[in-house]
Ligand binder design. Structure first.
Ligand code: ZN
Ligand code: ZN
Length: 379
């Protein structure tokens, strides 16, 4: 089955792939239960309970069997459903239905496999149906050609969440940790929740707007950020393609106002949940345009224009949350209900795969070939 083709509903392939996907999640989740000190994140363990996760795991295994049955009924090829069932049977054999979460001591370093599995499950439940029912580009295959690379980006940024957190929070702590910010932070925490939340979105968006714009205007930094723009098939997973230098710098800068303002825990957690869903939504392959709200909050249409392949539109729509920031700073572009014809970087030549894209910008510009071509034609 060529994954380049758009999968059709009713043929049993979609249910087959969902069954395998859920089977993989179940199997990896079992390892989280057995080795929590190495594979789960201390911060997240405070948010969920082992009993909650056990119920989610049972639900995922049952859902996997349901999709396997559906695939059996719809498809002549039984391979996909059989693989999914095999994965679930292994998960059950390893204790899937009766596994108990152990309480663990806080370890210095651990891998965020729990965060990866939970976020992947939640985002898939939200975005796979949205992209199936309301797609923007109907001709775009559900598995675009570089989806595996994008999944690696997604997995690494989640697995290394602890390391990424320490690195991106350090500059703010170093620069502002010594200041007596408590009175100001008490005032911020005393604001009504809605104001505090909107303030968190606004201040971080102002900082990230300029960090983002810097990555577009500085030639050397653009090498790193253009990796994010290299995606030709925009969808909910493609948004995770971001070079780690880009992540470290932009997140470090955006974290400064969060640290200085010292938002209350509920506001901070709501902000993190909102950002992790909203950042995925704006890259999604969906034509949902949110009516009048598209002028208040960044939508897929707004951010797809930021990714437009047409050089005439480069350098627009840097904001991640509030389009009015682009209005104020003169970079706003949102023409009616029109979408960019293509996304990507027209003149660039990118290597394929996570490791090559990771190393490449340090030594070469993706535009080198283009420059050489120009030099040759000038001569
Ligand atoms: Zn950009
Ligand atoms: Zn983007």
């Amino acid at each position: 089955m060529a994954t380049q083709e758009r999968l059709k509903i009713g043929e049993g392939y979609i249910s087959g792939y969902i069954c395998i996907f859920l089977g993989v999640l179940s199997l990896l989740a079992i390892f989280c239960f057995h080795f929590p000190e190495y594979l789960t994140t201390a911060e997240f363990r405070e948010v969920y309970t082992g009993e909650m996760m056990r119920k989610v795991l049972i639900g995922v295994i049952i859902a996997s069997f349901f999709f396997a049955t559906l695939s059996f009924m719809l498809s002549h090829k039984k391979k996909l459903a059989l693989i999914g069932i095999l994965l679930c049977v292994i998960a059950i054999a390893l204790g899937g239905f009766q596994v108990q979460a152990r309480s663990v001591e806080k370890t210095v370093w651990s891998i965020g496999l729990d965060w990866l599995l939970l976020d992947l499950l939640i985002l898939s439940i939200i975005f796979i149906p949205i992209e199936m029912v309301f797609p923007k580009r109907k001709d775009q295959p559900r598995f675009h050609p570089e989806w595996k690379t994008d999944l690696v980006y997604f997995a690494i940024s989640h697995l290394l969440v602890q390391l990424f957190g320490v690195i991106t929070q350090s500059p703010a702590k170093l620069l502002f940790g010594w200041m007596g910010l408590e009175p100001f932070q008490h005032w911020v925490q005393g604001l009504p929740f809605v104001f505090e939340f909107l303030l968190a979105l606004l201040v971080t968006d102002i900082f990230q707007y300029w960090a983002h714009r810097l990555f577009h205007s500085h030639v050397y930094l653009w090498r790193f950020h253009s990796v994010h723009h290299s995606t030709k098939a925009m969808d909910w997973l493609a948004g995770s393609r971001t070079h780690f230098i880009d992540i470290f710098v932009v997140r470090s800068i955006s974290f400064i106002p969060l640290y200085v303002c010292g938002f209350s825990e509920i506001t901070f957690n709501t902000y993190i949940i909102f950002v992790s869903i909203h950042a995925v939504l704006i890259h999604a392959n969906t034509n949902i345009n949110f009516g009048f709200f598209k002028y208040l909050l960044v939508t897929p249409q707004f951010h797809h224009w930021h990714h437009a392949e047409d050089p005439a539109i480069y350098g627009k729509n840097f904001a991640i949350h509030f389009p009015f920031l682009d209005k104020i700073f003169g970079t706003y572009y949102l023409p009616g209900n029109i979408w960019p014809e293509k996304t990507g970087v027209r003149e660039a030549d990118y290597p394929k795969g996570y490791v090559k894209q990771l190393v490449y910008p340090f030594s070469k510009s993706p535009f080198d070939n283009d420059l050489k071509m120009e030099e040759k034609s000038e001569r």
